[in-house]
Design a protein around this ligand. Structure first.
Ligand code: ZN
Ligand code: ZN
Ligand code: ZN
Length: 375
C-alpha cells in the first residue's frame, strides 16, 4: 500500500486556505472546524500523519483564532515537518493525558462545529462528552465548496494528473484484449498509471461485454472476447491530485448499433462539456448531457449523475446532478461522464475531467473520444 504524497505548497498558501476555511465556517454559522486526518487536513496543512490510530490528531480552526493542531507527542516531530506547520500552533499531548479536555479548552462550549466526515466516532463521542453543550455538522455538508475552486498551482497539478491518465490510455489501447481476463487489463492499467507518476491508484475498471452495463463493475475473471465493448475507467492521485477518465473501446469491428450508442454518448459528453461556463448551475451540465441521451431514446439507460468534483480526492463536491443549483466558478474541476447501460448486453461511458475557465471549460483529458478499436 503506497501512502499518498501530498503536493507541497508554501506555508503562506496553507495559511490563506486555513483563514478562508475559518471565515467560511463563520459565515455558515459555525463556531469552528474540527479537521481529522484525511483530504481536508492535507489540503489545509499539507500534513498526513504517519498512521491514523486511536490517538487524537485534530486541526482546530475558528475565526479570529490561530489554527491549532492537536497532535500526539510521539508524532509531533513529523507534524513539525509539514509544509503548513509554520502557519500552525502545535499542541501535543502525551499518552495518559486527556486530549479531549485539552481540545475542549480551545472551543466555544456551546458552539456548533463542522467536523470532518471521516473523523472517527470515538473522537466525536469523546468531544461531545467533554463539551456537552456543543453540536456538530458534517464538514462536507456545511462547506461543500471548500476545496472546489483550484488555484493556478493546483490546476497545474490537475493538468499533469490528467495527462498521465491520458498517456496510460494511449498505451492500454495497444495491449491485447481478446483472450485475456479483465483483471489482466486492470493490472496493466495499474502499472501504467504508476509508471506515469501516480502514487495512488483508486480504480481500474475494465467492464467487458455484459459487464459494461453495470457502472459499478470493477474487473473480474471474465475473459474478454472479440466483439466485446469494453468500458475502461481509471484514475488515482499523482503528486496529491486526482485523475479520472473513461473511454469505451471495442475488440474488433463493432456493429452498427454499438457505433450508434457510442455516438450518442460522445454527443452527450460534448453537450455536457459545452454547458460548462461560469455562472451556469451544476445541474445544467447534467441536463445538457442527459437531453442528448433522452432524445436518442436511451434516457432510461443513463442511470447515474453526469459528474463529480475532483481534487485531492477522486470523488468530491460539486456534483453535476439535477437539483444542484450552485453555480460553476472558474477553477472548479469535475468529471463529465455520461453513459448508456444496456442490461445483459453492453455499456458505454466517456469521461473527461473539465475545469471551468473564464469563458467556458477546458478538458484535462484530451485522448480521442472516437470509438477506438483494440485487438
Ligand atoms: Zn461488439
Ligand atoms: Zn471514472
Ligand atoms: Zn468519475
Amino acid at each position: 500500500m503506497t501512502s499518498s504524497t501530498a503536493a507541497s505548497f508554501t506555508a503562506d498558501v496553507y495559511r490563506a486556505r486555513m483563514e478562508r476555511a475559518a471565515r467560511a465556517a463563520a459565515e455558515a454559522g459555525l463556531a469552528g472546524l474540527l479537521v481529522a486526518p484525511g483530504p481536508d487536513l492535507v489540503w489545509l496543512t499539507g500534513y498526513t500523519p504517519p498512521a491514523v490510530t486511536e490517538r487524537l490528531t485534530l486541526l482546530v480552526l475558528a475565526a479570529g483564532q490561530d489554527p491549532v493542531l492537536v497532535v500526539p507527542a510521539l508524532e509531533a516531530p513529523d507534524a513539525r515537518q509539514a509544509a503548513g506547520a509554520p502557519a500552525l500552533t502545535l499542541r501535543d499531548w502525551t499518552d495518559g493525558k486527556d486530549p479531549y479536555a485539552a481540545t475542549a479548552a480551545l472551543l466555544d462550549a456551546r458552539g456548533r462545529f463542522g467536523i470532518s466526515d471521516n473523523a472517527w466516532a470515538l473522537h466525536l463521542l469523546a468531544l461531545r462528552q467533554a463539551l456537552p453543550g456543543s453540536s456538530y455538522a458534517s464538514l462536507t455538508e456545511a462547506l461543500p465548496m471548500l476545496r472546489a475552486v483550484k488555484d493556478a498551482a493546483e490546476l497545474e497539478l490537475m493538468t499533469a494528473a490528467g495527462a498521465a491518465a491520458d498517456a496510460t490510455f494511449e498505451e492500454i489501447r495497444n495491449v491485447p484484449f481478446a483472450g485475456r481476463r479483465e483483471s489482466d487489463v486492470a493490472a496493466d492499467l495499474d502499472r501504467l498509471l504508476r509508471r506515469h507518476g501516480h502514487e495512488q491508484v483508486d480504480f481500474t475498471i475494465v467492464a467487458s461485454g455484459p459487464h459494461g452495463a453495470d457502472p459499478h463493475h470493477e474487473a473480474g475473471d471474465r475473459v474478454i472476447e472479440r466483439g466485446d465493448m469494453v468500458v475502461l475507467d481509471f484514475g488515482g492521485l499523482k503528486d496529491g491530485y486526482g485523475s479520472d477518465t473513461s473511454r469505451t473501446v471495442h475488440v474488433g469491428e463493432p456493429t452498427d448499433e454499438e457505433r450508434r450508442v457510442h455516438d450518442v454518448v460522445r454527443a452527450a459528453q460534448e453537450a455536457g462539456f459545452r454547458a460548462v461556463r461560469p455562472g451556469a448551475a451544476c445541474q445544467d451540465v447534467d441536463r445538457a448531457a442527459r437531453a442528448v441521451i433522452a432524445d436518442a431514446g436511451y434516457g432510461e439507460y443513463f442511470i447515474h449523475r453526469t459528474g463529480h468534483g475532483i481534487g485531492v480526492t477522486t470523488h468530491e463536491p460539486p456534483y453535476m446532478i439535477e437539483g444542484e443549483e450552485r453555480p460553476l466558478v472558474p477553477g472548479m474541476c469535475f468529471s463529465v461522464e455520461p453513459g448508456i447501460y444496456l442490461p445483459g448486453r453492453f455499456g458505454v461511458r466517456i469521461e473527461d475531467i473539465v475545469t471551468v475557465t473564464e469563458d467556458g471549460g477546458r478538458r484535462l483529458n484530451t485522448t480521442t473520444r472516437e470509438l477506438v478499436i483494440v485487438e
